[in-house]
Design a binder for this molecule. Structure first.
Ligand SMILES: [Zn+2]
Length: 211
């Protein structure tokens, strides 16, 4: 019978836009992250549009951000491998901490959908990105001697309204990651972290670059 027609009104209405005058810390970070990513696309060679962006491009973006990282990740041959706070300096590279990348991807994933794109095409939700983040997490846990606790029992949305899409599945663990500057500030906020990196950053952001 026609009494069983689905009622379109039963679908929850879209969220009202958040008040513009005072963005929360999360919203500000998300906006900055999103703008940074769009800037990255504009500077990409060969040209890359959001519509053609895949999980592989997102991973490329995360690797690009590593040059601005502040977290020492020891190579397996380093004497400090497996130590969170080595007693002496070493030439191992600085990277973005896993917790920062994981939180960043959660924000970009939400921003992508909030800007009107279909969830099915969300490159930040791609399986390849999840796998990459897991590899970063496990690699950094070994290299730095820091076990990243998985907090699986709680799935309460720790993020304020507007983050309806949730972060990545492990974003709740980001808050529990020990160490300086991890999981809190966005990697994009950290640009540029030091004088050495700054010229690189400027040239990267204001001239075209190729990866
Ligand atoms: Zn080292």
């Amino acid at each position: 019978g026609d009494a069983q027609q689905p009622v379109a009104l039963a679908v929850a209405p879209p969220q009202p836009p958040p008040p513009q005058q005072q963005l929360s810390r999360y919203e500000s970070q998300k906006r900055r992250d999103w703008n940074t990513f769009l800037q990255y696309l504009r500077n990409h060679r060969p040209p890359l549009t959001l519509a053609r962006c895949s999980g592989a491009h997102v991973i490329e973006f995360l690797k690009y951000l590593d040059q601005f990282g502040k977290t020492k990740v020891h190579a397996s041959g380093c004497a400090h491998y497996g130590q969170p706070s080595p007693p002496a300096p070493c030439p191992c590279p600085l990277r973005q901490a896993w917790g920062s990348l994981d939180a960043l991807i959660g924000r970009l994933r939400a921003a992508y959908e909030e800007s009107g794109h279909a969830p099915e095409s969300n490159p930040f939700a791609a399986r390849a990105v999840r796998i990459y983040l897991r590899e970063v997490r496990d690699g950094q846990a070994k290299a730095r001697g820091i076990p990243y606790e998985k907090k699986k029992r709680k799935r309460t949305p720790a993020l304020p309204a507007g983050a309806a899409g949730e972060g990545t599945s492990s974003s709740s663990a980001a808050a529990a990651v020990p160490g300086r500057g991890e999981g809190g500030d966005s990697p994009t906020r950290d640009l540029p972290p030091c004088r050495i990196c700054f010229p690189t950053y400027v040239s990267v952001m204001y001239t075209s670059f190729a990866l």
